[in-house]
Design a protein around this ligand. Structure first.
Ligand SMILES: Nc1ncnc2c1ncn2[C@@H]1O[C@H](COP(=O)(O)OP(=O)(O)O)[C@@H](O)[C@H]1O
Ligand SMILES: [Mg+2]
Length: 156
C-alpha cells in the first residue's frame, strides 16, 4: 500500500504525469472515491501526458469513451452502472485483456470481474487536498511504486 497526499491541482497534475509515464500496453487504472474527489481530473492529466489531444470528459450518455494517444485509451465512468452485466454487454472484457490502456472511475462496482494485475487508486477529499491510497499487482504497479519512492514530493 502506498499513501500520498495531493496538496493541490499541481500535485494531481504531477501524479497524472507519473501515471502516464508508467503506462504501457494493457495498463489498467482503477479510480475510486466520492463525486468530486478528482477521478476525472486525474484522468485528464493522464490523458494529456499520453498525447490525447481531445478534452477528456466524463462519458455521460455511454459508459465509456475511447481516445487515441500514445495508446488507445478507454475511459469508463461507472457511476450510473446498475449491474456488472451492463459492462459485460458492451464488451469490457475484450478491452480488459487487450493492449489498450483502461481507466475506470467507480471501478469498485465491478471488482469481481477485474483482472488481478491492476492499479487501484482510492481518493479521499479534504478541503483542497486529496489523500490517495494506492494498491495493486503486476509490473505497472511495481513501476509506479518505484517511481513514487524516487519522487519524494508527495510524501507527508
Ligand atoms: N488536489 C486536487 N486534485 C484533484 N481535484 C481537485 C484538487 N483540489 C481541488 N480539486 C477540484 O475537485 C474537483 C474534482 O472533480 P472531478 O475530477 O470531476 O471529480 P470526480 O471525477 O471524482 O467526480 C475539480 O473541480 C477540481 O478542480
Ligand atoms: Mg468523474
Amino acid at each position: 500500500m502506498i499513501e500520498i497526499t495531493l496538496r493541490n491541482l499541481i500535485d494531481t497534475e504531477k501524479f497524472g504525469k507519473i501515471l502516464a509515464d508508467i503506462c504501457g500496453p494493457g495498463t489498467l487504472i482503477c479510480l475510486n472515491g466520492d463525486l468530486g474527489a478528482g477521478k476525472t481530473t486525474l484522468t485528464q492529466f493522464i490523458g494529456e501526458n499520453l498525447d490525447v489531444k481531445e478534452y477528456i470528459n466524463s462519458p455521460s450518455y455511454s459508459l465509456m469513451n475511447t481516445y487515441n494517444g500514445k495508446y488507445t485509451i478507454h475511459h469508463y465512468d461507472l457511476y450510473k452502472l446498475e449491474g456488472t452485466d451492463e459492462v459485460l454487454d458492451i464488451g469490457i472484457e475484450d478491452y480488459l485483456y487487450s493492449d489498450d490502456v483502461i481507466i475506470i472511475e467507480w471501478a469498485e462496482k465491478i471488482k469481481d470481474i477485474l483482472p488481478r494485475d491492476r492499479i487501484d487508486i482510492s481518493i479521499k477529499t479534504l478541503l483542497n487536498s486529496r489523500e490517495v491510497v494506492i494498491n495493486g499487482n503486476g509490473k505497472y504497479f511495481l513501476n509506479l511504486k518505484k517511481e513514487l519512492k524516487e519522487n519524494d514530493c508527495f510524501r507527508n
